[in-house]
Design a protein around this ligand. Structure first.
Ligand SMILES: Cc1cc2nc3c(=O)[nH]c(=O)nc-3n(C[C@H](O)[C@H](O)[C@H](O)COP(=O)(O)OP(=O)(O)OC[C@H]3O[C@@H](n4cnc5c(N)ncnc54)[C@H](O)[C@@H]3O)c2cc1C
Length: 291
């Protein structure tokens, strides 16, 4: 038995349970890049047919049967609230915003939003003036969400299937995430969760750097898509990432991917330097509005 779900990140689709053990299979895609078959038929059948086009997915689902009661579809998953806190309320976790179901910061987002919420509630119970605190909370979480989305997630699906681009991006994304986000609670304890990512002046430089390589890899992949050369570097490749120690010496792990990025720019990327930007990514500007 299998069960399926789809969502768009756009979009996704899932499925569950193979042979004796139930297995959940999810499919996430950018609806600007993937044409979801609109044909007649059950959603589960369409999902399975879609997955069968992929060599690895085909091996997983070819013999599987799906549970008709456990096939789900969601679209336009990314959303944010324009107000995170106000008079007598504060939003946390998915109630506040959502970025991506696949390359997901969900638990980090929960940690920061719940810490921020607890801080506001505690201040109110101590009888402190709230207006300025609430304003700062709204400003910080709005900046955090938009910076996080724009630097790491925007147009990521353009190049997620490109081994060379994605293996550089994932090592940079993860390396900087460990250095800038994960290491902080280890060094400073729960206090670190009071400062949402990308809100300190120092982190703005890191934001610009991440946004720069993410934009460039999306542009390079777009130009490969136009030239129908996507996936040329993929065969026989895999990306193994060494462990992180949470020490500044881990910075050396970023040297190689940065050099690889420079090499790709010199040998191929220059062709897309003048490429016009992609059409705007739309995120639902209202929390809790199912699409
Ligand atoms: C496909 C997918 C994959 C993901 N993968 C990852 C991942 O790998 N890593 C990661 O960190 N995050 C991941 N996430 C994100 C993560 O699951 C969410 O960010 C997290 O679950 C949000 O927690 P939450 O408590 O805010 O909301 P929820 O987990 O949605 O909890 C809200 C709860 O409130 C209940 N509820 C709703 N309305 C009412 C009501 N009126 N009365 C009472 N109860 C109510 C709901 O039933 C639910 O139990 C993923 C999300 C998706 C969709």
């Amino acid at each position: 038995m299998i069960s399926l779900v789809a969502a768009r990140a756009g979009t996704a689709l899932w499925c569950t349970a193979i042979a004796f053990a139930p297995v959940s299979v999810g499919l996430v895609f950018d609806q600007r890049l993937v044409q979801w078959p609109q044909a007649e038929g059950k959603l589960g059948d369409r999902l399975k047919a879609f997955l069968m086009q992929h060599p690895v997915a085909r091996e997983m689902v070819a013999e599987a049967q799906y549970d008709q009661n456990d096939v789900h579809w969601r679209k336009n998953l990314a959303y944010y609230s324009t107000t995170f806190a106000g008079d007598g309320f504060v939003l946390a976790g998915d109630a506040a915003a959502f970025m991506d179901p696949f390359y997901n910061p969900g638990m980090d987002w929960i940690s920061f939003t719940t810490t921020g919420a607890a801080e506001l509630i505690a201040a109110q119970r101590r009888g402190e003036p709230m207006a300025e605190r609430i304003e700062r909370h709204n400003r910080d979480f709005s900046l955090c969400y938009h910076s996080w989305f724009e630097s790491v997630y925007k147009d990521k699906y353009e190049y997620m299937g490109e081994w060379d681009l994605m293996s550089i991006a994932v090592r940079l994304d993860l390396g900087l995430y460990y250095l800038g986000v994960v290491s902080q609670p280890f060094k400073f304890g729960a206090e670190a969760l009071k400062s949402p990512p990308f809100t300190s002046p120092r982190s703005r430089l890191v934001f610009s750097f991440i946004r720069a390589y993410n934009r460039r890899f999306a542009a390079i992949a777009r130009s490969r898509r136009n030239a129908r050369t996507l996936g040329r570097a993929n065969r026989g490749q895999r990306c193994l990432i060494p462990g992180f120690t949470l020490k500044w010496t881990d910075l050396r792990l970023l040297v190689r991917p940065v050099a690889q990025w420079a090499w790709i720019e010199m040998t191929e990327g220059w062709r897309s330097w003048r490429q016009p930007p992609r059409e705007k990514t739309s995120i639902n500007a209202a929390a809790n509005t199912p699409a």
